[in-house]
Each structure stands twice: as structure tokens, then as C-alpha cells.
Design a protein. Structure first.
Length: 254
């Protein structure tokens, strides 16, 4: 008879996988000139698959979504999804020793949940408390874990080994994940949430994603450059991950 996997066991398994991935990232050479994109041929292939999926599936879906759903409703849906992540931000702020970030995340979650109709209205932002996102990838960076090789993930896009490990832990750290599991509809909810997040991201970044896929002579290199620069800026480090010295969003428009 199959043993039902408990939330604690799933979280433990996610931590083990993250530890394994972090171990890989930490063991990779960090010397100057070491390749930061050793999987480039595979990454480029996945990038092209993602571009085709966007062209034939995600972009058309987003166009219909933008036409059929009023902007105010789309904004409310996006804010609701953002609010679900505030407990994760709070946990990672705590792990990073960021008291101000912890206070912001808790304040935003309580205000938006109980006053803002579950997060549909961002009353916290209206009160001057703006989102300060934290993820476990950022926590690992704070702890000194190297980013590891650059990756392009199917459907999810740019990442690194460290960020992939953090993404896995964050996925198992959301309280609503465990609440939904008790209803027996976790798979349906996760599929709906993932789809909504993808369409919301595409909606919020419609022109930028279009430019990123089509506006550069080498869209893959431009996307990698911008992502790694954003990662460096987020982590507050002067480390040059790929030889870029400053954020250059104009790379998408070459």
C-alpha cells in the first residue's frame, strides 16, 4: 500500500534537493575566466522552445486575457497572487536577518488580506508600504552561496543553479500550498495558479518580453546579460557574473 506523503516529508525532500543543488553550485570553479554558461548549447535550445511556446501559446492567451478582462480586474488578480507570496518573503527576510523586510512583509500580508479583500486591493501600497520581495535564492546569496552556472528552464526562463534551489524551497514554503492540500484539489489549484502567474507576468511585461524575444540580434545573449545583471543588482554585489559592468536594458533593442 502506498504511503501518503505528508507536508513535512515533502518539505524535507525539497530541502534535500536544494542542498544537493547548492552543493553543486558551491563546488563549481569560481576563478576569473571560468565559464558561467557551460550549458549554453542546451540553454539555447530550451530558450528557443520557450520562445516558440510564448509565440504560439502564452502570448496569444495573454492578448485574449488583456482584451476580455478589464485592467482593474487584471491588476486585482495580480495583486492577489502577489499577496500569497508575502509569507514567503517574511520567512526569507527572517533568514536573512532583515528586520525591516520582515516587518514590511508581515504588514503587507495582514493589511492586504484583512482590509484589501484577500489581496485584491493593495491597501498596503496605498499606505506607503511597498513590496520588498525576498526569495530563498536571495537568502542563499546572503549566506555566501555562489550562483553556479546559468540555466534556462523550460517554461520558467532564466535562472542559475542557486536560484533553482531557492525556487524549490520557496514553492514548499507557501502556507496556502498546505491549506489547499487539505481540500484534495491541490493539483487543480496549482495548475490554475501557475497559469495565472504566467499570464499575469506576460501581461505586466508585455512589451519588454516581445522586445526580448524579437528585438535583439542575439536574443539569448541579451536575455542572459540582463538577467545576470539584475541578479547582481538584487544581491548588492559588485561581482561580475558574466563580464557586464552595468544594467543595460537597451540590449533588447539592438
Amino acid at each position: 500500500m502506498a504511503v501518503r506523503e505528508t507536508p513535512r516529508r515533502r518539505l524535507w525532500r525539497a530541502r534535500m534537493v536544494a542542498a544537493f543543488l547548492v552543493g553543486i553550485a558551491s563546488s563549481l570553479p569560481a576563478a576569473a575566466g571560468a565559464p558561467a554558461d557551460p550549458l549554453e548549447p542546451l540553454n539555447r535550445a530550451i530558450f528557443e522552445v520557450n520562445r516558440e511556446l510564448d509565440h504560439y501559446v502564452l502570448r496569444p492567451t495573454t492578448v485574449v486575457y488583456r482584451f476580455a478582462v478589464p485592467n482593474a480586474v487584471r491588476r486585482g488578480i495580480g495583486q492577489f497572487l502577489d499577496n500569497l507570496l508575502e509569507p514567503v518573503y517574511a520567512l526569507d527576510a527572517l533568514l536573512q536577518g532583515d528586520a525591516a523586510g520582515l516587518e514590511v512583509a508581515i504588514s503587507r500580508f495582514l493589511l492586504n488580506t484583512f482590509v484589501g479583500l484577500g489581496g485584491l486591493i493593495d491597501v498596503a501600497a496605498e499606505a506607503g508600504i511597498h513590496s520588498d520581495s525576498h526569495g530563498f535564492g536571495q537568502t542563499l546569496a546572503h549566506w555566501g552561496v555562489e550562483p553556479g552556472p546559468y540555466l534556462v528552464l523550460p517554461l520558467l526562463g532564466p535562472s542559475t543553479v542557486r536560484e533553482l534551489a531557492g525556487m524549490g524551497i520557496d514553492a514548499f514554503s507557501t502556507p496556502h500550498y498546505y491549506l489547499v492540500r487539505t481540500t484534495g484539489m491541490s493539483a487543480t489549484f496549482q495548475a490554475a495558479e501557475t497559469g495565472l502567474r504566467a499570464v499575469t507576468f506576460r501581461d505586466r511585461n508585455f512589451e519588454q518580453v516581445d522586445a526580448g524575444f524579437a528585438g535583439s540580434l542575439d536574443a539569448y545573449a541579451s536575455a542572459r546579460s540582463v538577467y545576470l545583471q539584475m541578479l547582481r543588482a538584487r544581491d548588492g554585489t559588485d561581482e561580475d557574473l558574466m563580464g557586464e559592468s552595468e544594467l543595460d536594458f537597451d540590449a533588447f533593442e539592438e
